[in-house]
Write a protein of this length. Structure first.
Length: 364
């Protein structure tokens, strides 16, 4: 039996890859990363949104496509290959899932159709539920929230934010809410923006089905981990392709470096280690929708393992390029840094492996 992306999912992924290949060169990425061309950035966002990404996971009765997480994974892989400089994991995967699973009927009616039509955008900040620093975390007193949320995903241009208190109750905050301070965080990944939110007695709209129900926030986090893994997988794929291409062209001692056994071994090791990650990722995405008993464990295993493999690929692919791999001329560092940030968001490999061990009872 074949297990993988369907013909439709593969086609959707190819559309994303082609758009990025045709419209987002390294020079364009460099301009966006340096903040030199906001119109270019807006045009790229608009072009990708026209493919229907905003409504992918919104149910059909709210105007969306009603897709499953495996469909979203196919898109995330495509975005990763071209370091697509747009919001996706938070705004168009985690947010629709949070609203669909955690919102009341009134909240679904209020928000989901507007997410599908790209009228509104959500940022998502759940890092403190995963692992909060000493000075962060949010306290929720009925419908008043106070505290700090770090590494809010897809916060740029967001109209609303989905956040969580320490117990897993999720709530919505308007970007213009009184008492909300929005700070742009600096990370090595300049293709996407992360925020810090400081809340001081901010009015919150609680997602009713998340009260005393941590299952919802766990599902939302699982979806985010799977999508970030897909993005890293796509980025790793591109780094291998670039390394192999460079090895076929670069000459030393009157031979292309790809003919040297050491370089061959490096390229073969990257490809061999990455190949099993596809099945692991697709299985995790399939389990999310069809095997709830295994879905959380599968998400943890995919996030931790792919993060480690992607780190290895980014390192070796850079080494194949030699000194050129460290320069801005090739732009290889944009994929390298994207993989590095994906590795840590929503839990690094060590923390996520510990979660997986607890799920299997290995900590007893």
């Amino acid at each position: 039996m074949y297990f993988g992306l369907s013909e439709e999912q593969t086609q959707f992924q190819d559309y994303v890859k082609k758009y990025l290949s045709d419209n987002v060169s390294v020079d364009e990425i460099r301009k966006i990363a340096n903040g030199d061309d906001s119109k270019l950035h807006d045009d790229i966002k608009s072009g990708l949104m026209n493919l229907g990404l905003s409504g992918l996971l919104v149910p059909e009765n709210y105007g969306g496509l009603g897709g499953d997480l495996l469909s979203a994974v196919s898109i995330a892989q495509g975005l990763g290959t071209g370091v697509g400089p747009i919001s996706f994991a938070g705004s168009y995967v985690m947010a629709p899932i949070a609203l669909s699973l955690g919102g009341s009927d009134a909240q679904k009616d209020k928000y989901l159709s507007k997410v599908a039509s790209n009228e509104i955008k959500f940022g998502v900040g759940l890092s403190e539920y995963v692992a909060a620093r000493e000075d962060s975390g949010i306290e929720l007193n009925k419908d008043i929230a106070s505290g700090k949320a770090l590494f809010v995903i897809d916060g740029d241009g967001a109209d609303f934010f989905i956040l969580s208190d320490k117990g897993g109750t999720m709530f919505i905050v308007d970007k213009n809410a009184e008492g909300l301070e929005i700070i742009q965080l600096t990370t090595v990944d300049k293709t996407r923006l992360y925020l810090e939110l400081n809340l001081k007695n901010v009015k919150a709209e609680v997602l009713q089905e998340t009260i005393n129900n941590p299952i919802v926030i766990q599902k939302v986090i699982d979806s985010g981990r799977i999508i970030l893994s897909a993005d890293s997988l796509g980025a790793s794929e591109t780094m291998i392709e670039k390394a192999v291409s460079y090895a076929k062209e670069r000459k030393q001692f009157n031979r292309v470096i790809g003919s040297f056994q050491a370089v061959k071994h490096m390229c073969a090791e990257m490809a061999a280690d990455l190949e099993p990650c596809y099945a692991m990722l697709w299985q995790a995405a399939h389990s999310f929708d069809h095997d709830p008993d295994e879905s959380r464990l599968q998400a943890c295993q995919a996030k931790s393992h792919i993060a480690e493999v992607a780190k290895m690929v980014s390192k070796k692919a850079t080494e194949v390029h030699g000194g050129m791999g460290f320069t801005d001329l090739l732009g290889l560092h944009y994929w390298f840094k994207r993989i590095g940030v994906n590795r840590q968001i929503l839990g690094g490999p060590e923390l996520v492996r510990e979660e997986a061990a607890e799920l299997q009872g290995f900590n007893q």
